[in-house]
Design a protein around this ligand. Structure first.
Ligand code: GDP
Ligand code: IMO
Ligand code: MG
Length: 428
């Protein structure tokens, strides 16, 4: 059938969890392939309201094999808490699998993430302090510990001892904080290993068999394109690639397999943490969007910065991801707005530009150039098909399709499962 990738088109929190939860109804497998518990995917369905940080959003359907693949970094304490919470709400997690190749977030990663943010002071990135950057750094520098290492206590100790020796030297000599205890971490991680061992497996053959059978597989992205380490607003980015191209390295799936790539975009933009955001609204409209949409971080509770839709950034994201369609969320937030703005280009040093500069010192100087469209006054959250949306919403959608050169096949009008309008979607 289909291999569908769902990725964030902006700075994260676009509503990926909601879209995956809906699409997964007919899926056989949902795979989280990048990031870690910096992600917070909100799902509201008949079983309750959940904030998933690691477990794939398809977990609510018993026929879905949920996989946390090798591209994800895993804090085992967070994963166990999430599993326990799901189970306590009657959600069966026995169909969850975790790639033995996925790297672990260790206590020194979370600690160093916080210490490093403190050290950056004014220039802090505004990370989620979940240890994501330090864990990916260790993976790449070959000092990481993989979750599969938890299955053998001797292997765990042989990896942990030298890693911690080095981290403790940094903690005591650079950051001047007390060292961490080898014994304590070792015992703690042995316990995690015992509890998690039923889930840990080599997932590659399982994914490949699903592909061979022609199963419907959903690849669930985390974060958003503008947080990509290479193409985002570096250094105000995350430490793994949130792009569709990361699927290959993050799961082992061949790049030829993905048949549909859906980019999730809000009808406006939000960002948590620091870094340039050309259309940010530091006025009462930004405040109105934040309060109406309750734009506070799922993972950290921080207020999200809000702004008008940025089609310059959106074009970059569409192209980088090779999107085949878009899911546009949160258009209900515009109910009652007299007019809606879309940024179509930037003014930079007197010139009009239509690209997203790679150099953030230039991006910071970009002034958005807006196009203004009429708003609608009636509530749209109960619309169940496209024709029920007001003409002004049709016009907004059509203009965004034109600006991004990509069709909007899903329109979300609220946080619930029922609030999704499918428009000419090729998916089942
Ligand atoms: P994710 O990280 O991309 O999965 O997104 P988050 O869960 O962090 O943030 C999206 C928020 O918007 C959640 O609180 C969702 O329940 C909510 N949401 C999703 N789609 C819509 C929508 O169309 N309208 C409104 N009003 N809320 C939505
Ligand atoms: P989901 O999957 C929004 C942001 C952080 C910070 C930057 C780096 O829910 O869309 P990190 O902890 O990754 O080193 O922080 O990235 N960030 C997110 N923002 N949604 C997310 O995930 C994010 N994951 C990381 O706020 O600015
Ligand atoms: Mg989120």
């Amino acid at each position: 059938m289909a291999v569908v990738t769902v990725v964030g088109g902006q700075w994260g929190d676009e509503g990926k969890g909601k879209i995956v939860d809906i699409l997964a109804e007919k899926a056989n497998m949902v795979i989280r392939f990048s990031g870690g518990d910096n992600a917070g995917h909100t799902i509201i369905n008949p079983q309750g309201k959940f904030s998933l940080h690691l477990v794939p959003s398809g977990i609510f359907y018993p026929q879905v094999t949920g996989i946390i693949s090798n591209g994800v970094v895993i804090n085992p304490a967070v994963l166990l808490e999430e599993i326990d919470n799901l189970e306590s709400h009657g959600v069966d997690t026995s169909h969850l699998l975790v790639s033995d190749r996925a790297h672990l977030i260790m206590p020194y990663h979370t600690l160093m993430d916080s210490l490093e943010e403190q050290r950056r002071g004014e220039g802090s990135i505004g990370t989620t302090k979940r240890g994501i950057g330090p864990a990916f750094a260790d993976k790449v520098s070959r000092t990481g510990i993989r979750i599969g290492d938890l299955r053998n206590k001797d292997v765990l100790l042989s990896r942990l001892r030298p890693a911690l020796e080095f981290k403790n030297a940094i903690l005591t000599k650079i950051y001047e904080v007390p060292p961490l205890s080898l014994e304590k971490i070792y015992q703690e991680y042995c316990r995690y290993g015992e509890r998690l061992s039923p889930y840990i497996i080599e997932t590659l053959p399982i994914i490949n068999s699903a592909v061979k059978r022609g199963d419907f597989i959903i690849l669930e992205g985390a974060q958003g394109a503008l947080l990509d380490t290479d193409f985002g607003t570096y250094p105000y980015v995350t430490s793994s690639s949130p792009l569709s191209g990361a699927v290959t390295a993050g799961t082992g799936l061949s790049p030829r397999e993905a048949t549909e790539i859906i980019g999730v975009f809000k009808a406006y933009v939000t960002r948590v943490g620091s870094g340039p955001m050309p259309t940010e609204l530091k006025d009462e409209i930004g405040e109105l969007i934040r309060e109406k949409a309750h734009e506070y971080g799922t993972t950290t509770g921080r207020p999200r910065r809000c702004g008008w839709f940025d089609a310059v950034a959106g074009r970059l994201s569409t192209q980088l991801n090779g999107l085949t369609s878009i899911a546009l969320t949160h258009i209900d937030i515009y109910d009652g707005f007299p007019s809606i703005k879309i940024c179509t280009s930037y003014k930079l040093n007197g010139d009009i530009i239509d690209y997203f500069p790679s150099d953030i010192s230039l991006l910071e100087k970009c002034q958005p150039i807006y196009e203004e469209l009429p708003g609608w006054q009636e509530p749209i959250s109960k619309a169940v098909n496209f024709t029920q949306l007001p003409a002004q919403a049709h016009r907004l959608i059509a203009r965004l399709e034109e600006l991004l050169s990509c069709s909007i096949n899903f329109v979300s009008v609220g946080p619930n499962r029922t609030q999704l309008i499918k428009v000419n979607s090729p998916l089942p």
